[in-house]
Design a protein around this ligand. Structure first.
Ligand code: ASP
Ligand code: MG
Length: 431
């Protein structure tokens, strides 16, 4: 039977019951070998980002507190899944936690060895996936599914753009083919090859990450290289919805959408799929299913090569924690090409993506993610030549296939600081 590629997100492994459910889903697909990608448990990536903050601030008390909290969450689940405390998972997880502790201890003692935020991010935050894959591989084996664990840092070869690493496709294909093809050839039906999502390594063997939600992308890379015909992303929602149920009442599931639509949605910040995921799939015509891990038999959403615009409902995307910056030349001159090029150079330098932008004669406005670390450096640098005004605590709404009532629904009782419309999309920066 043909190889399948599955990706399980953090929400599917945030409890012992979640691990059991992953096992059940894999058992349903006993007929074929499954390449499985797993994310970090629940909110572990966020928790590691907090640990990183304390590490960089060299705050030993908060550092150890955040480390313990992460350790507790993991060992709690391990205890529930493996009542026998002599099971090897205990030693393996312990040793991963020791590695992380060793790393942060060294940086704490010798502050000078710390490198950039992005570099340290990848070295530390990548542990989330190492922990989860250690638990899942042991659990599947203990339940009778033959599971081989492959270290993604030996499969996904990237450059050294830490926190947003670019994949070296040739090297990655070489690695995946030489590791996974022999495994497929020798595997019995129902075996699982497991690897970590989100992480890879650079030519100097440092760990890199592919950007938040990057595990989807890992699954797409594997599917592309291994030439499968489909990928399934198992999520805590029934499929791709027309809005995030966390803030929108009664969202509707979209049964089928085109690759293009999915790219647009991901690009503008819908938390459905990592933005880089779709391109390789589209390129090779690989179908992408987004399905509910709670209702594995339900249809979910199919993302494929369809060419239509008949989406009947507006699709709402909300980005919180935005800042709207308006940039005007200090010498009262107009905004011209030289200014734009200078501004974009600074944005690129700090890897701050312009979520939406607009210019007038004397100012350029741009909506950015509110990342304090990056913003203060960026604003300082631009302030040399420009007067900067900013509006914190704004939100960015993007509506695809908008209608007047969709816009009204979002802007009622709020002030709109910027509005931009194209034929299919409207962006609204609101306060
Ligand atoms: N654990 C990472 C994150 O939460 C990657 C992923 O889940 O896809 O962003
Ligand atoms: Mg995650």
């Amino acid at each position: 039977m043909e190889l399948k590629v599955f990706k399980f997100g953090g929400a599917s492994v945030n409890s012992a019951a979640g691990f059991h459910n992953v096992f059940r889903i894999l058992k349903r697909h006993r007929g074929s070998p499954v390449m499985t990608v797993v994310s970090a448990l629940g909110k572990t990536t966020n928790a590691l980002e907090i640990l990183l903050k304390h590490y960089l601030a060299n705050d030993p008390i908060l550092l150890i507190e955040s480390y313990r909290a992460i350790q507790d969450v993991h060992f709690n689940i391990i205890h529930q899944l493996f009542p026998d405390e002599t099971h090897p998972v205990y030693g393996e997880a312990e040793s991963l936690f020791d590695q992380l502790r060793g790393y942060i201890r060294k940086g704490h003692l010798y502050d000078k060895i710390k490198r950039s935020y992005d570099f340290e991010y990848d070295q530390i935050v990548s542990y989330g996936e190492l922990f989860s894959s250690c638990i899942l591989s042991n659990y599947l084996n203990s339940k009778g599914i033959a599971c081989a664990l492959f270290d993604a840092r030996k499969l996904i070869m990237t450059d050294h753009t830490y926190r947003d690493a670019r994949v070296n496709w040739d090297k990655t294909a070489g690695r995946i083919n030489s590791a996974i093809l022999p495994w497929i050839a020798g595997s019995v039906p129902g075996s699982v090859a497991l690897t970590q999502g989100f992480i890879g390594s650079d030519p100097s063997n440092n760990t890199t990450t592919l950007g938040r939600e990057g595990s989807d992308y890992t699954a797409a890379i594997l599917a592309y290289v291994l030439k499968t015909s489909e990928v399934t992303i198992w999520k805590d929602v029934p499929g791709v919805l027309n809005a995030d149920p966390k803030w929108f009442k009664n969202p509707k599931k979209l049964p089928t959408i085109s690759y293009r639509e999915a790219i647009e949605l991901a690009y503008f910040g819908a938390s459905v799929i990592h933005p880089k995921t779709i391109r390789p799939l589209e390129n090779a015509g690989i179908k992408l299913f987004v399905k509910s891990f709670e209702k594995p038999a339900a249809a979910g959403t199919l993302i494929t090569n369809i060419d239509h615009w008949d989406i009947k409902v507006p699709i709402y995307i909300r980005k919180q924690n935005q800042v709207l910056i308006s940039i005007s030349p200090r010498d009262f001159s107009f905004i011209v090409e030289e200014n734009l090029s200078q501004i974009f150079t600074v944005l690129a330098k700090y890897r701050s993506r312009a979520n939406v932008m607009q210019n007038s004669a004397i100012s350029f406005s741009v909506c950015l993610d509110r990342n304090e670390q990056v913003l203060s450096d960026l604003i300082e640098e631009l302030s040399l030549d420009y007067e900067i005004r900013y509006n914190y605590n704004v939100e960015l709404f993007t509506v695809r296939h908008y209608t007047p009532s969709a816009i009204k629904r979002l802007t009622k009782g709020r002030s709109v600081l910027l509005e931009q419309k194209t034929r299919h999309t409207v962006h609204l920066v609101v306060k």
